[in-house]
Design a protein around this ligand. Sequence first.
Ligand code: CO8
Length: 264
Amino acid sequence: MGYVDYEVEGAVGVITINRPKSLNALNSEVLDDLKKVFDGVDLETVRCLVLTGAGDKSFVAGADIGEMSTLTKAEGTAFGKKGNDLFLEIESFPIPVIAAINGFALGGGNEISMACDIRLCSDNAVFGQPEVGLGITPGFGGTQRLARLVGMGMAKQLVYTARNIKADEAYRIGLVNAVYTQEELLPAAKKLAATIAGNAPIAVRNCKKAINEGCQVSISEGVALEEKYFGDCFESEDQKEGMANFLRKKDDPKKVKHVAFQNK
Ligand code: CO8
């Protein structure tokens, strides 16, 4: 569809931002197309998503500077809200989203990757928040999510200097979980997604909610959230079968089997 492609392989959905001539920069149409694709994901069958960019040069080189260049204050605020609303939807999407960062992840590109649950990148990836060099602040969540991911001191340094960093430094500061060659990146992201998709879906979704929501509150409120999401897993078919399988294995290791979780 338009600027965004979507393919399903088994229980893994792969979303590709496809505007390579502009290094996959996010204009309003790309944001609209992304929203349509996320809203259309069949959550009955798809259990994990991979988000990547088309081509071998760029994941997303930021929000579209041409489109932003003529915005008024009111339009700038509205554009920021459009991106923020979408990225909040991605962050709280019911199933995990893995960013496979295959090149530039600048400005809005770094910001959309930070709305994902897990970031993997290729060795040619470049990260940064160049906004202050353009006369604006990060506007799609960069001032908020970067500090939460890499700590306030490092986030402030990256944002205030507008300095780009390479994949190895992004890995060192904990912005990405792993670095691959370009050829290896997408297969590795799909393999990780398939591993997640093979686990009990209700439990994985509840883990995502417990971690995301728990990060915003005190530890006592966080563990109360965990108790709720933990308790909610009980009496599900997947909990009963997952635990019964473990007990069968203990009883007789030959009875070991792969549990095909039902999402029930
Ligand atoms: N917006 C629009 N077009 C872009 C962008 C972008 N962010 N990035 C690249 N392009 C386009 C170029 O204009 C060029 O198009 P054309 O061929 O028509 O001239 C094409 O992509 C290829 O780019 P280059 O020729 O520049 O490729 P290079 O390999 O020489 O350089 C770079 C690659 C280093 C990535 C360079 O393109 C660059 O610096 N791009 C801009 C990166 C940037 O500053 N991104 C941050 C933008 S600000 C932002 O994201 C704010 C988010 C919050 C918004 C909130 C709104 C209120």
